[in-house]
Write a protein that binds this ligand. Structure first.
Ligand code: MGD
Ligand code: MGD
Ligand code: SF4
Ligand code: MO
Length: 915
């Protein structure tokens, strides 16, 4: 398939089927008003240019209209294969998010008596002063605590050059691996699922499977609100292809389940049992593709006593938090867990494999695997998983049987889709793996219309956070900091001395926030993230920002909650105000040019990093450094080696990481390819240089020849290109990985060629029996993973489940969408969705103000008992876009212990009428 290949399904089909207004229409939102607004702008004087939507991982192509130096409108790009001209309600407002009245236009520093002071008030300062103070504080912390004391929380909303620039700065320049993106709170469980199962990250399939499938299983996601254009394609498939069945597995009824053919409401976490039931049925009905499995798979399992990712000390916890903390270390098995794990009811299991060993795994036999699913009979799962008290056991059982019939029907093409319900899960990695199990056992993966597809949330969680490797354990193109050969390859491409890179895995998002609290980390730079609002149990971390000795920086386009918690705020250029590339959820890399200038003194994130790098010398960071947990408790000096390479002793981090030297020198400005355009980063640096192009083309070297191949910067930027699915080999994209008909890397004898974690010991369901590492090249793993209960469940005091998520109109913390009047009016505040009977029992009705309290904190919101989220008895739901409501002050900070991703979906709370 090439980029020019005509699409089987065209926009006009969508229009003909009456679905052009997208999912928004089915939600009752007046999308036509938004469309009219976009359409009105089609008048003289507007220049249109291709762009990419700033919001979700769907990755819709846009046409961006500018006039008189402003973005005045955006519309769906009819030539974009992802959206074929459609957008959702947020998409139509890509222009307006740049023009909120309170755009940041000057650096702001906390000052008292003319000097930086942590207890001072924000005052506008020059960029010079901002960087001088920032570099001074960074180096103060660095001298006191070494590389382990400094950190960056980054983003799946970074452009690709930004993520690469940030990763290079902290890993190569500061020799610290403490960089972790918000994608940790989002995709980390999916990533570990990919690594452990396939040995390489990211989906094998692509969005066109929607139009080729007969069954679509939604494993606890709500695409009608979270991936609206994909949802339009799904519902269109349903309306135009009669046999199609959409199944919504969910913990409550929502906008997607409303239009599904089969909706199964289950209790939180019991999706583990439902998946095991389906696997049991696949084996029982013998619809296993034995040939595929024996040639390409291997069975495997891991420890079950892995804990719940809370802190392992109560030193920092408040009294109310302590009972849950205690429970995570010693788990008393209930009837279900005991049956699922072959243990006794009431047995207390010490969580010995919490932490590092949680991800260990070993090979088992098919017989053992089969035994692992035996407990999950339809009766067992009905009794455990039925999530709506009002529904009869018979009805639930019938639904499970119907689901099993669909999954086991060998004549149907079947796709699985999932997102945060599965990833933000105390056993999120296990859940990802169980879904792969189903598709691998059926031999229905990585083929047109058949596959398990992990949906990505953010516009470039794949392209920037994951592919670039802006995580604390990763390097570009799926390489790992703990692997010596990977570090060496990175040092070579970066032209920095061998031994510069730190071999120790850094701190993940939750570890950085906890480190800020216990002062093991004293410097934090939040980039393209509003983590003080988006992280769970956030009052801890927000208080920590004010701890003396810490220095906290935020770069953003608006004064967010995180910005106001910081010491220094840096005004950033927004997305059409700079050159960029994003990688969407189907491996599609898409690019856009800078079309307007940023307001005031706002500058690109890349420029900020480069300017700061000018103020730090290699002599400060490349000498011998103290670091616990590496050989000799220190990182070696690489200054001699640097000198041998011709690097001057007084070189700055800018000189060695970013300056237009070596291969980067080819990226000159003005660039003959882009006449009449601006380049904000190069201009602000005062150099005839095109930094984004230099960074991207340098990064590209990591990807070529190892299955991650990207094309060069100019190919993606060319007017005709609507993105390419990597690997891009000989100019051709790859629609299906691990499929010999499409993927040049896939060979019949080595289909699942991902190289990571391909050797393991041997054992059985109880543990390892033979420690010798055996290699399984080319095989995908099928994991036995049992049901496990969440660490906290409703009890007498905290008697309800709180689950959280998003709504169509708002993006995450609302920093951008709440500044668009149309979106703000449509959803001005976060509501507490409740079952009407639960509300009534507490003396409340729709519209009353409620107070929600957990062991972690309290928040307030108005009660809603109708529309959108329809809650079963015993569960309440809230979105996190509203900083006044601030639901994350209530949410537990338990994580999946393997992926370290928070579980935002399961907190025990009590609700009462607010007085
Ligand atoms: N409008 C809008 N769209 C967005 C975003 C946004 O902020 N606004 N953000 C983007 C991002 S970054 C992301 S990550 C995606 C998220 O997209 P989704 O995951 O689709 O959305 P959420 O609202 O986070 O999750 C809701 C789902 O969690 C499920 N759930 C709750 N508990 C469980 C459980 O125990 N097991 C399972 N299997 N499911 C459970 C519920 O059934 C429900 O379907 O949306 C993306 N799209
Ligand atoms: N309760 C609860 N909490 C959750 C979740 C949940 O389901 N429930 N989901 C989690 C998930 S999946 C995710 S992905 C996270 C998202 O959490 P965050 O990433 O923290 O939230 P955003 O609001 O997307 O923050 C991005 C910030 O970047 C700023 N920005 C926009 N453009 C630019 C730019 O060009 N440069 C710079 N420097 N800044 C810019 C925006 O104004 C915004 O403040 O939230 C997590 N938090
Ligand atoms: S579906 Fe996602 S990418 Fe497409 S327009 Fe809506 S928010 Fe943007
Ligand atoms: Mo996300």
């Amino acid at each position: 398939m090439t980029q020019q290949q005509p699409l089987r399904f065209q926009r006009r089909d969508m229009i003909r089927s009456g679905l052009a207004a997208g999912a928004a229409l089915s939600l009752g939102f007046p999308v036509t008003a938004a469309e009219t607004e976009a359409a009105k702008a089609v008048d003289d004087g507007i220049t249109w240019q291709k762009g990419v939507c700033r919001f979700c991982g769907t990755g819709c192509g846009l046409q961006v209209g500018t006039r008189d130096g402003r973005v005045v409108a955006t519309k769906g790009d009819p030539d974009a294969p992802v959206n074929r001209g459609l957008n959702c309600v947020k998409g139509y407002f890509n222009a307006k998010i740049l023009y909120g009245k309170d755009r940041l236009t000057k650096p702001l520093l906390r000052k008292k008596n003319g000097k930086f002071d942590k207890t001072g008030r924000f005052e506008p300062v020059s960029w010079e002063e901002a960087f001088d103070v920032m570099a001074g504080e960074l180096m103060r912390v660095y001298r006191e605590k070494g590389p382990a004391g400094v950190s960056i929380i980054g983003s799946g909303q970074y452009t690709i050059p930004e993520a690469y620039c940030a990763s290079k700065f902290i890993k190569g320049g500061l020799r610290s691996n403490n960089i972790d993106p918000n994608a940790r709170m989002c995709m980390a469980s999916a990533v570990v699922g990919f690594y452990q199962t396939f040995g390489v990250d990211e989906p094998a399939n692509n969005y066109e499977d929607i139009e080729k499938s007969d069954v679509m299983l939604l494993w606890g996601n709500n695409p009608a609100e979270a991936h609206p254009v994909l949802w339009s394609r799904m519902t269109n498939r349903k309306l135009t292809h009669k046999p199609t069945k959409i199944v919504s597995l969910t913990t409550h009824l929502h906008s997607s389940s409303n239009l599904s053919d089969l909706t199964i409401v289950f209790k939180p976490n019991t999706d583990l049992a439902i998946a095991n039931f389906l696997i049991r049925e696949i084996i029982r009905r013998d619809v296993v593709d034995h040939d595929f499995v024996s040639k390409h798979c291997v069975f495997s399992t891991g420890p079950t006593d892995i804990g719940y990712g809370l802190r392992n000390t109560d030193k920092w916890s408040r009294p109310a938090e302590r009972d849950t903390l205690e429970r995570q270390l010693r788990v008393k098995l209930d009837r279900w867990e005991a049956a699922a794990q072959g243990k006794k009811v009431g047995e207390v299991v010490e969580q010995k494999n919490a932490g590092g060993p949680a991800g260990n795994h070993w090979a088992i036999t098919f017989e053992d695997f089969k035994r692992s699913v035996e407990p999950y009979t339809i009766d067992f799962v009905t009794e455990l998983a039925k999530g709506d008290q009002e529904e009869s056991a018979d009805t639930f059982r019938r639904k499970l049987a119907e689901l099993a019939d669909l999954v086991c029907d060998r004549t149907r093409n079947i796709m699985s889709y999932w997102c945060m319900g599965v990833n933000q899960h105390q056993r999120g990695v296990w859940m990802n793996e169980l879904i792969y199990d189903i598709h691998l056992l059926l031999g229905k993966h990585a083929q047109p219309g058949n596959g398990a597809f992990s949906l990505t949330g953010q516009p470039s969680a794949c392209g920037s956070a994951r592919e670039v490797g802006a995580f604390c354990h990763r390097l570009p193109a799926d390489m790992l900091v703990a692997n010596e050969a990977h570090r060496e390859k990175t040092e070579k491409i970066w032209s920095i001395p061998k031994g510069t890179l730190n071999p120790k895995v850094g701190a993940s998002v939750m570890e950085i926030l906890r480190g800020l609290e216990d002062s093991s980390i004293d410097f934090l730079w939040m980039q393209v993230v509003n983590v003080m609002q988006s992280a769970p149990n956030n009052t801890h971390w927000t208080e920590a920002t004010r701890r003396p000795g810490s220095f906290v920086v935020v770069s953003d386009i608006y004064p967010t909650y995180s910005a106001r918690a910081a010491d220094l705020i840096l005004p950033a250029a927004g997305h059409f105000e700079k050159w960029g590339l994003y990688g969407n959820g189907e491996r599609r890399t898409q690019a856009w040019p800078q079309v307007v200038k940023a307001p005031g003194e706002a500058r690109t994130d890349v420029w900020m990093m480069m300017e700061l790098a000018k103020r730090i010398r290699i002599a400060d960071t490349w000498g011998e450094l103290p670091l616990k947990g590496v050989p000799g408790d220190k990182l070696p000096s690489v200054l001699d080696e640097a000198q041998k390479m011709g690097i001057k002793p007084d070189a700055t981090l800018f000189d060695v990481l970013y300056a237009p030297t070596g291969g980067r020198a080819e990226a000159v400005w003005p660039d003959p390819k882009y006449p009449n355009r601006s380049n904000a980063t190069g201009e602000a640096l005062g150099l005839a240089y095109f930094p984004e192009k230099a960074l991207f083309n340098e990064y590209r070297q990591f990807t070529v020849g190892n299955g991650h191949d990207l094309a060069d910067f100019d190919t993606y930027q060319s007017d005709a290109c609507r993105g390419l699915l990597w690997p891009v080999v000989d100019g051709k994209e790859t629609p299906y990985r691990f499929n010999t008909a499409f993927d040049p890397y896939a060979k019949e004898e080595k289909l699942f060629y991902g190289p990571l974690m391909k050797a393991m010991p041997t054992g059985n369901l109880s543990g390892v029996t033979d420690k010798e590492q055996k290699a399984y090249p080319g095989r995908a793993k099928i994991f036995a993973r049992p049901y496990a209960a969440p660490v906290e469940q409703p009890d007498a005091e905290y008697d309800l489940w709180l689950t959280t998520g998003r709504i169509l109109e708002h993006w995450h913390t609302g920093s951008m969408t709440r500044r668009v009047p149309e979106l703000h009016r449509a959803a001005p505040e976060a509501l507490l969705y409740m079952n009407p009977q639960d509300a009534e029992k507490r003396g409340m009705k729709r519209g009353d103000l409620a107070e929600v309290t957990s062991r972690y904190g309290t928040c307030r919101a108005k009660v809603e008992t109708q529309v959108r989220q329809k809650m079963p008895k015993g569960s309440v739901w809230m979105a996190f876009f509203d900083e006044r409501a601030m639901v994350n002050s209530v949410v537990i900070d338990a994580t999946d212990p393997i992926s370290l991703e928070p579980d935002y979906k399961k907190t025990a709370v009590k609700v009462r009428k607010a007085s």
